[in-house]
Design a protein around this ligand. Sequence first.
Ligand code: SF4
Length: 126
Amino acid sequence: MKQEVICIVCPRGCLLTVDSERDWAVSGNHCARGIAYGRAELQHPVRSLTTTVAISGAAIARAPVRSRGELPKETLPEVMAALRRCRLEAPVRRGDTVLADAAGSGVDIIVTRDLDRVTETEGEPA
Ligand code: SF4
């Protein structure tokens, strides 16, 4: 079966055709990276995840987080549900793990920004 997918590896955005009945043959690519992308996207799609998590005691209400690597696309709803349940407490440091082995993927979700603790009355770092 032939399926079409747009390559997102570079801004050129080639329209790839991937044929699962011909050993995942890829056409429409303008470089070799498109072959790897087209095959991976249809056989085992992955995505990086960037979002925010609730935090208390910091100057902002939500801490920016990201996946330490790429997650299987099918795990994203489960990972997002787990992150919605997370509540961080300031201070946190860039690289701190928010969710280890997210959805059994082997990939951790980490904080991407230092957030100090602030006093409630002054909004100043404690
Ligand atoms: S196939 Fe190559 S040139 Fe085309 S979008 Fe993908 S990376 Fe860019």
